[in-house]
Ligand binder design. Structure first.
Ligand code: FCB
Length: 458
């Protein structure tokens, strides 16, 4: 690496003091050790073992072996100068059957990980559910069963009791929208279902209910008062041009398209348009459910990749119209990952404006790329660097305008199991040779180290 950060020129694009720079991973994607220390199977084990579900026929059995190599991985984070780490806890490690008796050996892994992070001066941010539902609960109906939400609340309370003395920030569910729709509508994610609209809306309702029950359980059980919030991939509407009317249309659209997700979590009601459109397929719920769902949170986590839609103001209801995305719109290696860096400005700005959110974390943002080591062994991922520099420039704009963003977690620390895409789609700052498990920081890791050291877009 050429120059140390302290010798670098001061960038005009500074972030606020104390901004938390981190990286993110999730249990099934990085841990491996799928059958160790009493871990029960999850729906992703079942799904990945079903032929034809994962593009390269792979699964997370061994993955990148974070379960055994977590010390090396924490050292890699330290090398970046990262201040925080967002990881997820595998529910089936703690409760192999989803509920009942705690599996101490499963919990012990997270004890070790948290202690290692704290020793390295890295703040742990834990996610309770990153899609690995215990298979035993799926067998009893999964998210179609209200009881799954209750079981999640119990599990959340237990985590708060056991880790809440050291983990100060807890995210409930990762991307309700993604696991509900990909898992239960298109069926490309576990558990691979294609439900009718009514059943799908009920799954959505149970998932946000689980979020609310977890918020309450964490408040009741965390000894040191852990802070809690969701980590949602809010669908982000961008104004086609930054005029007041298009911006207003983008706000309206963002509230409406997220109606059964962040909107109900933060407002405690389903929008009139959502209920009218759903008609007889609307979820069944009680007023008390809505109160639970909207239990006050301390922060909102936003996973930001692609813009969801580009909108124009419209005179007719609902007050906005979406523009078709041209085929020439740039994208990264993942088919779905269109590159719209403004999304990282508008996502937190919309959340702050629509729901008066006071603390926002960008819980994921990152890029997939081809990532082959060059002849000298270095991965020159200048496409990822380009992507990050652009997105971070827009995030900096948000903070400079006073949008209350407190931290950013780059997805991901390591190359890992990218769900139905398997291992070929790489998101890491650190390249992993899957055969040898050798870790090699890419050029983007050097870039991110500079960003963190300067607290500015580098
Ligand atoms: C997000 C997921 C995360 C990862 C990234 C690329 O939707 O939360 O696990 O797969 O996409």
């Amino acid at each position: 690496m050429a120059r140390t950060a302290s010798e670098a020129p001061r960038s005009a694009l500074q972030f606020p003091e104390g901004f938390r720079w981190g990286t993110a991973t999730s249990a099934y994607q990085v841990e491996g050790a799928a059958r160790e220390d009493g871990r029960g199977p999850s729906i992703w084990d079942t799904f990945a073992q079903t032929p034809g579900r994962i593009r390269d026929g792979s699964n997370g059995d061994a993955s990148v072996d974070h379960y055994h190599r977590y010390k090396d991985d924490v050292a890699l984070m330290k090398g970046l100068g990262a201040k925080a780490y967002r990881f997820s806890i595998a529910w089936p490690r703690l409760f192999p059957d989803g509920r009942g008796t705690l599996n101490d050996r499963g919990l012990a892994f997270y004890d070790r990980l948290v202690d290692e992070l704290l020793r390295a001066g890295i703040e742990p941010f834990a996610t309770l559910y990153h899609w690995d539902l215990p298979q035993a609960l799926q067998d009893k109906g999964g998210w179609q069963a209200r009881d799954t939400a209750l079981a999640f609340g119990d599990y959340a309370g237990l985590v708060a009791r056991k880790l809440g003395d050291r983990v100060g920030h807890i995210f409930t569910l990762n991307e309700v929208q993604a696991f509900v729709e990909h898992g239960h509508q298109s069926g490309v994610f576990a558990p691979g279902m294609k439900l009718t609209p009514g059943a799908l809306n009920q799954v959505r309702h149970h998932a946000v209910l689980a979020h609310g029950l977890a918020v309450r359980a964490i408040r009741a059980n965390a000894p040191a008062g852990a802070k809690v919030g969701p980590a949602e991939n809010m669908t982000i509407a961008l104004p086609v041009i930054e005029t007041p009317e298009h911006i207003r249309a983008a706000e309206l659209a963002t509230r409406e398209v997220n109606a059964p997700y962040l909107t109900v979590m933060l407002e405690g009601r389903y929008t009139d348009a959502y209920l009218a459109n759903a008609g007889a397929d609307a979820p069944k719920f009680t007023p008390q459910d809505l109160e639970i769902i909207a239990s006050p949170v301390d922060f909102v986590g936003l996973n930001v990749y692609s813009p969801g839609l580009h909108v124009l103001a419209s005179e007719t209801a609902p007050g906005y119209a979406a523009v078709k995305v041209p085929s020439s719109y740039p994208r990264m290696a993942s088919e779905w990952l269109t590159v719209g860096p403004e999304a990282l400005y508008w996502a937190p700005r919309h959340a702050a404006k629509l729901w008066n959110v006071k603390d926002i974390y960008i819980t994921e943002n990152g890029a997939s790329a081809a990532d082959q080591p060059a002849a000298d062994g270095v991965v020159y991922d200048i496409d990822r660097v380009m992507y990050l520099r652009n997105y971070l420039t827009h995030l900096q704009r948000a903070t400079a305008e006073g949008v209350p963003v407190r931290g950013y977690f780059l997805w991901s620390l390591l190359d890992n199991f990218e769900w139905a895409d398997g291992y070929a789609t790489r998101f890491g700052l650190v390249h992993v040779d899957y055969a040898s498990q050798k870790r090699t920081p890419k050029l983007s890791a050097a870039f991110y180290r500079e960003v963190i050291a300067r607290n500015a877009v580098a």
